[in-house]
Ligand binder design. Structure first.
Ligand code: MOS
Length: 701
């Protein structure tokens, strides 16, 4: 497939084209659009969150607030504009008196200054008829089987006779592995600036939104507000990260537009505060995985069984695909996966970098590490003996699966042969250990993308409604466009970040570059076919990849191997990670500089989850109490030492014309298990959960 695509700009190290704008503060984010962008004298909105987790709103007392200077309006369920579609309980805000979780939006104050809006929101008094809610998810939670997991995956599946095979296995591992609640914390909190514009031809909705998917915000808002999608204009020129939390619209998008709808012709600015993000913009559910592995004397697996219990909100189902990696990474004739979902009166979970794959691969890789100990094999050797010839779940070929090569290269470069038995290395007051784990992530290409190529004097404008959330999409798409049109980079004027541009899928699922890049290649080919190599300015073509872009004969995945050195203080249990290396097989790398940022970024987030990230829910009220960056710890510079990412030199022609497989999420998978493996090797205390806090590291827990 890649044969006829020029590979010249693709593969070159290029700096982000918008880098200078960003570091000089000139790249406008959703909240920063002012008069220069037509945003005149915006009103400021501030949200009021419910203080009960279940029940009804009896009354919202806001007369005094309404009467105060600078306050323009107070909206609640009695006076907010009505939505055309209220099926989705997360989006049906201010539509009725029901409360589904603590922190749910129950009112909003609009004022001419942000201070007045915030102060007003503080003074709104809400009366509730509270009902007892359920908020606890733990070992005793039963749950039930959801119909489907995310990505449409089945919740359970079974091959062979797992129970019989376990009963006859030489080595049997039966342990429980846990991952905690985690919250996405992109640097830029979620924000929307919205205008309900009453023109002579009817209403137009304009938004500057911090989103990973301008087109999906557009279609969702159009549906909810009952207007044509073509009348909704969503712009997201610069976005300060999302990690999945901006992959779908959330309640704040709807409330901002409700506010704008109530004040036609006035811009409304709404920023979700860092604290409010912990209730309103999604999170990763905690998971409890029972893993059973049965192996013969040589460590060859006869059975893999993974039963997970996780949690969702009662008002909207979100079923993390935690069992997904278990289905694709190791071979065994007898296999079982199952998922149970516990429904609670809590905030709605959503996507967080490698949803499912991250917690699921933690459980699987930690279990494999433990099995290696049980069998008495090196952890890499155990994986070598269980390398499948085809995808265990579907029997399809992986195409090019080079997991073992990643392990071997990484082992060599990291000095894996120096790893000793558990608790065998004490340097000063620090136990030192090495660990490893596999990374895995599917290679997705989203259907339905389109791009436009337009000839301009001296070059080409290339348009696609994709969003660059900080990944470097603007830069790599420009490189792909240059090769696709066979012109210099300077001849490409790449436009993205708006729903007024050709339709583009979410910057998520590590599918952006493959899906959008392919659309650009398709549009370029169409352009050349229609207009040749000497077009007139104004000539244009719009096209996208085939309807079913993915070759269904293959189970395309990216793989990787991560290596970690952990040091654990023998008195305090403090864990430090001085060295971390990931070697990845991700298809062709379009831009080494930006790819390294993505892979190291994923590994850094993985390190962060391995050592720190954990949200604590108050069992009585159901809200997250660690709702700021002082109590929800993310890794900082001092925690991140020597993290290196390397990759194999390859191109996967089965994936797309560029030969790439996506790199945004694979770095976080396997990182946590590699840290747990290293700490186990350092201290001799088996780590079955993250974060590896000092008490767990030394076994005081
Ligand atoms: Mo990512 S969690 O697929 O936006």
């Amino acid at each position: 497939m890649s044969d006829d695509l020029r590979i010249k700009e693709i593969g070159m190290e290029r700096s982000r084209v918008e880098g200078a704008l960003k570091v000089t503060g000139r790249a406008p984010y959703a909240m920063e659009h002012g008069a220069g962008h037509g945003v005149q004298e915006p009103l400021h909105a501030f949200l009021v969150g419910s203080t009960v987790s279940r029940g009804r709103v009896l009354a919202v007392h806001a007369d005094e607030v309404r009467g105060s200077e600078d306050v323009v309006a107070v909206l609640d369920h009695t006076n907010a504009p009505r939505l055309a579609d209220t099926d989705d309980e997360e989006y049906a805000v201010l539509q009725d008196d029901e409360v589904h979780f603590r922190g749910q939006v129950v009112a909003l104050v609009l004022a001419t200054t942000s201070e007045a809006a915030r102060e007003g929101a503080r003074r709104v008094r809400v009366e509730y008829a509270a009902e007892p809610g359920e908020h606890v998810f733990d070992e005793d939670s039963e749950g039930d089987e959801p119909e489907k997991l995310n990505a449409g995956l089945p919740p359970s599946g079974s091959t062979g006779e797992p129970d019989l095979a376990l009963a006859s296995a030489t080595h049997v591992l039966d342990e429980t592995y846990r991952t905690p609640y985690m919250h996405n914390n992109p640097m830029e909190p979620h924000a929307t600036t919205a205008l309900w514009d009453l023109g002579p031809d009817g209403a137009e909705l304009r938004c500057f939104d911090s989103t990973q998917a301008a087109h999906s915000v557009r279609s969702t808002l159009a549906r909810l507000f009952g207007i044509e999608a073509g009348r909704v204009h969503v712009e997201a020129s610069h976005v300060g990260g999302g990690f999945g939390s901006k992959g779908l619209p959330h309640a704040h998008n709807v409330v901002a537009v409700l506010a704008a709808r109530s004040q036609p012709g006035r811009w409304v600015r709404l920023a979700v505060t860092r604290q409010q993000m912990f209730a309103l913009t999604g999170y990763r559910t905690a998971t409890i995985s029972r893993f059973r592995l049965g192996a013969g004397p040589d460590g060859v697996l006869g059975v893999i069984s993974h039963d997970v219990v996780e949690q969702t909100s009662r008002c909207k189902e979100f079923a993390e695909q935690t069992v997904a990696p278990t289905r694709h990474v190791y071979a065994a004739p007898n296999r079982r996966t199952s998922t149970r979902l516990v429904r609670l009166d809590v905030a709605v979970p959503s996507w967080m970098r490698a949803p499912g794959e991250m917690p699921g691969s933690f459980a699987q890789e930690a279990a494999m590490d433990e099995l290696a100990d049980l069998v008495g094999l090196d952890p890499i050797e155990l994986r070598r003996r269980n390398e499948p010839e085809a995808d265990p779940e579907t029997g399809k070929s992986f195409g090019d699966r080079r997991l073992l090569e990643c392990f071997d290269r990484g082992a060599e470069r990291f000095g894996w042969s120096e790893r000793g038995p558990a608790r065998s290395r004490l340097e000063g007051d620090w136990y030192v250990g090495l660990g490893t784990a596999a990374s895995v992530y599917p290679a997705y290409t989203q259907p339905g993308n389109q791009a436009r190529v337009l000839a301009e004097p001296g070059g080409y404008r290339v348009e696609i409604g994709a969003v660059d959330i900080g990944t470097g999409a603007r830069t790599v798409l420009r490189q792909i466009a240059a090769d696709a049109l066979d012109v210099d980079l300077d001849a490409i004027d790449l436009r993205l970040g708006s729903s007024d541009l050709p339709i583009a899928s979410v910057a998520g699922g590590s599918s952006g570059t493959s899906s959008w890049g392919w659309a650009i290649v398709a549009a370029s080919r169409t352009f050349r076919a229609q207009h040749g190599t000497s077009p007139e300015p104004g000539d244009e073509s719009v096209a996208g990849p085939p309807k079913k872009p993915v070759d269904e004969d293959y189970a395309l995945h990216s793989f990787g191997a991560q290596f970690v050195e952990a040091r654990v203080n023998r008195f305090t249990g403090e864990v430090r990670v001085p060295r971390m290396l990931g070697v990845f097989s991700v298809g062709r790398v379009v831009n080494p500089k930006l790819a390294r940022s993505q892979l190291v970024g994923g590994m850094t987030m993985g390190l962060s989850t391995a050592l720190f990230e954990e949200s604590w829910r108050d069992p009585r009220f159901g809200h997250v109490v660690t709702d700021d960056l002082a109590t929800y710890h993310v890794a900082t510079h001092a925690d991140v030492r020597d993290i290196e990412a390397a990759w194999l030199d390859e191109s996967d022609h089965r994936a797309n014309p560029m030969g790439l497989r996506g790199i945004g999420e694979i770095g976080i998978t396997g990182a946590g298990a590699a840290v747990a493996s290293a700490v186990t090797n350092a201290t001799g205390v088996r780590q079955r959960s993250i974060p590896v806090t000092p008490d767990k590291a030394l076994g005081w827990e």
